[in-house]
Ligand binder design. Structure first.
Ligand code: SAM
Length: 292
């Protein structure tokens, strides 16, 4: 098992099914055993684990997952790959292939029905055109998650992991770090895929927090807030926030709240930690509440 990872075997199966890669689905199949080992080992898959694989392709990684996990649900959008998966996964009775768009699948219900609502692990070589909606969709839907181990575009992995004050730091860093602890496992060059993508890739493991590292009165306000602060990167925080329709405070009142937290009036969003964003979001929430 596992021979699909060899380029020759991948070519053979693609020819057999007369398969043509579809750019619109972000199809770049993994053909490097070393990288595959890294994904599987960093995901720490055990015999009792329930795995959700997004975009199994021809089933290269799915075979490894079936060998090592309790159950695998693999969601693939491209119906041309379903007969291929029927063959490559035919030997396993612990896999379910769902031919659908991952953004339309009710993962919470799947986890409830197939795993009794216990936390699941997500493992995937993601289609890059929808990386952020997939990851944020998983987190925001509050599906019980243990970890998310995924191949993404290298720059996206760097943004997820970025610290305050760095050029990569932004709304994605804060959102991901609210839900999980990111660790970049490996950088992966284009020649590890067929066909080769135009961009570099990285494997990132997001270990999900049991409870968020900061507590806020209103989660939605925190995220609206973060987005508003990074919408216009070159603006000061007070300018970014005073143009945000969700805040019914004047520029002066926002400035006062910023200074009350010990931050300079000219501070920019990119230098605030998650804890500072949380404190500011709560302070503004209270202040709006007091105003009525
Ligand atoms: N896992 C395979 C591998 O590593 O060789 C394929 C990875 S390829 C980068 C991404 C896969 O996701 C493709 O099989 C593609 O058809 C599938 N895909 C693209 N968009 C999808 C979506 N919205 N929902 C489910 N699968 C999708």
């Amino acid at each position: 098992m596992g021979e699909l990872i060899h380029p020759q075997k991948t070519i053979e199966i693609l020819k057999k099914y007369n398969f043509h890669f579809q750019k619109k689905f972000g199809q770049n199949f993994l053909i490097d055993a070393h990288v595959m080992d890294k994904i599987i080992s960093s995901a720490a898959i055990t015999k009792d684990a329930f795995i959700l694989e997004i975009g199994p392709g021809i089933g290269t990684m799915t075979q490894f997952l079936c060998e090592n996990a309790g159950f695998v649900a693999a969601v693939e959008i491209d119906h041309n790959l379903i007969p291929v998966l029927d063959e490559t996964l035919g030997a396993y009775d612990n896999v379910m292939v769902i031919n659908d768009d991952i953004l339309k699948v009710d993962i919470g219900r799947l986890a409830e029905e197939k795993n009794g609502g216990k936390p699941i692990k997500v493992v995937a070589n993601l289609p890059y055109y929808i990386t952020t909606p997939i990851i944020m969709g998983l987190f925001e839907s509050h599906v019980p998650l243990e970890s998310v181990t995924v191949m993404v575009q290298k720059e996206v992995a760097q943004r997820m992991k970025a610290e305050p004050g760095t050029k990569d730091y932004g709304a994605l860093s804060l959102a991901v770090q609210y839900y999980a602890k990111p660790e970049i496992i490996a950088n992966v060059p284009p020649n590890c895929f067929m066909p080769r993508p135009k961009v570099g890739s990285a494997v990132i493991c997001l270990k999900c927090h049991k409870h968020p590292p900061v507590q806020v009165k209103k989660e939605k306000l925190l995220f609206d807030f973060i987005r508003a602060s990074f919408n216009q990167r070159r603006k000061t925080l007070v300018n970014g926030l005073s143009h945000f329709p969700g805040i019914s405070l004047s520029k002066e009142q926002i400035q006062e709240q910023i200074q009350m937290l010990g931050l300079p009036a000219t501070v920019r969003g990119e230098s605030l930690t998650l804890a500072q964003f949380a404190a500011l979001s709560d302070a503004i929430y209270h202040s709006m509440d007091a105003k009525g």
